[in-house]
Design a protein around this ligand. Structure first.
Ligand SMILES: Nc1nc2c(c(=O)[nH]1)N[C@@H](CNc1ccc(C(=O)N[C@@H](CCC(=O)N[C@@H](CCC(=O)N[C@@H](CCC(=O)O)C(=O)O)C(=O)O)C(=O)O)cc1)CN2
Ligand code: MET
Ligand SMILES: [Zn+2]
Length: 754
């Protein structure tokens, strides 16, 4: 019985990669130093996995920014607009500048679009392909990382994004003919993979892992013929390593499984945690013959300890259905924090139930040993697991359960925001730039270098500044700027019972940006108001309305690690109840606008269409529970990130918010038309510029966006706002952008009036 993991976190135990990349971008460190940090981090991962006893160690799971971007660069898919991005630099420096320009933009060249990696909080850069793209093997990253590991005496299996996933996640570049699909490049891309496989084989790689998570989606499942063609071609090569096609984030279904079975690939990886029905699928295709099943039984997406007894019994059942079984994680460990060891502040009762990446590696190794007949270590581990098994009674709160039972289902609220004669009202999404001073104040407070009083004084000073600035810019509905929040989810988790937060449990969200997802382990309740002091302080500084700012139930769940002992919908209701109480307190304090962010509503949408309705049911019910207590005179706002809303436009109406702000800058206001088409009758704030890029939009382009939105929505329903919060920008970008936005709204209003 052998063991492997599909991938490992790449940011480093102390977010070394974040600091190195940000240092390089700011010109503080040269390319050579960045590369040296990266090489040390890779070595750290390989030696750790090797010392832990993992048999088959992955390589090329490292990335400076994102593995989809790496793959685009590897196959020469660098859009023309980045041709000048190297700016006269040469060699490695030129390579890195072009690479980061694709991720972050440079000069007039906007970056590649960024979007969610399946249903995770990781974001990838979307490759742009067109019929004129000529794929070629243009890079050496997988080969050089393999060689680096080999030089350390560690044989690894290089991991590549598979051709189907790469092409199905790519988008047609602007100007590609209607009806053309990136998948049309498959036959041209296969020889590039073939060339790479030959190189890896020559360098000594015995196995190569090709990741095809797209097979867990409806789009992927529809491409079974392409799947078979691709892997028959790669499998048919004379000169190649063994191939592992690894799939995750759900079952791939008997169709795709049978297709893979017909190809010559030697190994198939299945995620038995998100797709337990895979076991039946394997039986349905009469087993995998002499192929190896790489069985993902240790959850790579959540932080709960593996139920070793259950994992053993499912592995046992699989032994007869494949030539060999390799124990693995369900997916890459990219999505969990690195090590529990540093989290000494956690309640021991909870801590005992947790496993981060490093602990999951041990679980995989333990399962491998157990199945190879090493029973001793196992007996102790089984005892430990049994002791931690049922959730302790202290994690339950009967009062919360009784209140929820009594409330039952709540209808959508009947909003009344008719604009009061105002049109094209201007606002922002909530956060203002998190300056170095603000973050330093928080770090100083945490370390005890400044008192709570001093910390609060500094945050109030920041709020004063943000309010004064918004008045000066001329915005209509103001925000307090969220300076007191380390993160829009963690801030609330730190104040709600039932959540635990970590000191250093960082997980990459995109590029150098990381989050510490809280752990939602017990019944949720609100010991005291969460935001009322900050919002009422902000409101006391201005005559204009200030929006209260809350994070919605779905987003709290999506960006936390959530208990798995009850349906997500039940947990969401508990969070919603706490928010409902908070909104009541905000209203009592005189607040007239409340925004409940559901940034992750789209993200948590199940990958399979047949599961959408059930998800949307509980997601909408939770939002309604949170907001339906609000008075008709309160304007309830919500905000959602990302423009792919096609499948949830109907749900947006059902939430019952008076105003919905969404990302739309990149989709040219199409969303406004879609919403109108789906019968949405409430307020809409299509983001009029992209905050993810440092570029300052011109008045003219914002004006054009507003005019195009007005073709689908009446002026009193149109709100004017950026497409997301400003926390990742600095004031040098945020302030001129907001001034241009307000000026554009003024011009369009003047036209409407005249
Ligand atoms: N949870 C979540 N998911 C999300 C988003 C989001 O806002 N939150 N937004 C979307 C995009 N994703 C994002 C994810 C992270 C960040 C982000 O800005 N992260 C910050 C960290 C935020 C944070 O937790 N800040 C803490 C800790 C900051 C920190 O690193 N402090 C230093 C010291 C600070 C100093 O001296 O300057 C340290 O601890 O070492 C704070 O402010 O208190 C970062 O990586 O830099 C932005 C967007 C989608 N998913
Ligand atoms: C990622 S959605 C962000 C919403 C939040 N209110 C902010 O402005 O930062
Ligand atoms: Zn957002």
């Amino acid at each position: 019985m052998t063991t492997t993991v599909h991938g490992y976190p790449r940011i480093g135990p102390d977010r070394e990669l974040k600091r190195a990349c940000e240092g390089y971008w700011a010109g503080r460190i040269p390319a050579g130093e960045l590369d040296a940090v990266a090489a040390r981090l890779r070595r750290g991962v390989w030696t750790e996995l090797s010392a832990a006893g993992i048999d088959e160690i992955p390589s090329n799971t490292f990335s400076y920014y994102d593995h989809m971007l790496d793959t685009a660069v590897l196959f020469g898919a660098v859009p023309e607009r980045f041709a000048g991005a190297a700016g006269g630099a040469e060699g490695r420096e030129a390579e890195l500048r072009t690479y980061f320009a694709m991720a972050r933009g440079s000069g007039d060249a906007p970056p590649l679009e960024m979007t969610k990696w399946f249903d995770t909080n990781y974001h990838y850069l979307v490759p742009e392909l067109s019929p004129t793209t000529r794929p070629r093997l243009a890079g050496t990253k997988p080969l050089s990382e393999f060689t680096q590991a080999k030089g350390l005496g560690i044989p690894t299996h290089p991991v590549l994004v598979g051709p189907l996933t790469f092409l199905l996640l790519a988008k047609p570049a602007a100007g590609a003919p209607e009806g053309w699909r990136p998948l049309d490049l498959l036959d041209e891309l296969i020889p590039c993979y073939a060339e790479l496989l030959a190189q890896l084989s020559a360098a000594g790689a015995a196995v190569v892992q090709l990741d095809e998570p797209v097979l867990a989606t409806d789009d992927g499942r529809a491409e079974v013929a392409a799947l078979e063609r691709a892997y028959s071609a790669l499998g048919g090569l004379a000169d190649r390593p063994e191939l592992l096609v690894s799939t995750y984030f759900g079952a791939i279904g008997p169709g795709a499984l049978d297709a893979l079975k017909r190809t010559p690939v030697e190994r198939i990886g299945l995620d038995l945690v998100s797709g337990p029905e895979s076991v039946a699928d394997i039986a349905a295709v009469s087993g995998l013959g002499d192929k190896t099943l790489v069985a993902g039984v240790v959850d790579g997406r959540n932080v709960w300890r593996c139920d070793i007894a259950a994992a053993l019994s499912s592995l046992g059942a699989l032994l007869g259905l494949a030539g060999r079984v390799t124990v693995s994680t369900s997916c890459s460990l990219l999505h969990v924090p690195i090590d529990l060891a540093g989290e000494t502040g956690l309640d021991p009762v909870l801590r005992e139930r947790l496993a981060f990446a490093r602990q999951k590696v041990d679980e995989v190794v333990l399962l491998g040993r157990a199945l190879s007949g090493g029973g001793d270590a196992l007996a102790a581990e089984l005892d430990r697991a049994r002791a931690a098994a049922p959730a302790p009674a202290s994690f339950r709160d009967p009062r919360v359960r009784a209140r929820l039972d009594a409330l039952g289902d709540t209808p959508a609220r009947v909003g009344r925001d008719a604009g009061d004669g105002q049109v094209l009202r201007t606002t922002t999404i909530g956060s203002f730039p998190q300056t170095a001073d603000v973050r330093r104040a928080r770090a100083d407070h945490r370390a005890g270098r400044i008192t709570t009083g001093e910390y609060e004084r500094r945050m109030r000073a920041e709020i004063d500044r943000v309010i004064a600035l918004q008045e000066d810019i001329g915005l209509d509905v103001l925000v307090h700027g969220e300076p007191e929040r380390n993160d829009m989810v963690q801030y609330f988790a730190e104040r709600l019972s039932g959540f635990a937060t970590t000191r250093g449990g960082w997980v990459q969200s995109y590029g150098s940006r990381c989050v510490r997802p809280p752990i939602l382990y017990g019944d949720v309740s609100r010991p005291e108001p969460l935001t009322v002091d900050w919002i009422t302080y902000a409101q006391s500084r201005t005559d204009r309305p200030v929006k209260g700012m809350l994070t919605g139930p779905v987003t709290m769940l999506a960006w936390s690690f959530v208990r798995d002992d009850q349906p997500l919908g039940d947990t969401a209701r508990q969070v919603a109840l706490a928010l409902r109480d908070e909104i009541a307190d905000l209203e009592r304090a005189g607040i007239r606008h409340v925004q409940v962010d559901e940034a992750a509503l789209r993200e948590l949408l199940p990958l399979r269409g047949d599961r959408h309705a059930a998800y949307l049911d509980w997601a909408i019910a939770a939002f309604r529970l949170a907001t339906s207590g609000a008075a008709a005179s309160t304007t309830v706002h919500t905000h959602m990130c990302y423009s792919e809303f096609g499948r949830i436009v109907g749900a947006i109406e059902a939430l019952g918010a008076d105003v919905t702000s969404v990302e739309a800058a990149r989709s040219h206001m199409e969303l406004v038309g879609d919403l109108a088409g789906a019968g949405y009758r409430r307020g809409i704030g299509p983001g009029v510029y992209d905050i993810h890029s440092p570029r300052v939009p011109s008045v003219a382009e914002i004006e054009a966006a507003l005019r195009s939105a007005l073709s689908a929505v009446e002026p009193h329903r149109l709100w004017v706002n950026p497409d997301c919060g400003l926390k990742t920008r600095d004031y040098a970008q945020a302030e001129p952008a907001l001034r241009n936005m307000v000026e554009a709204a003024r011009r369009v209003r003047a036209d409407l009036a005249g």
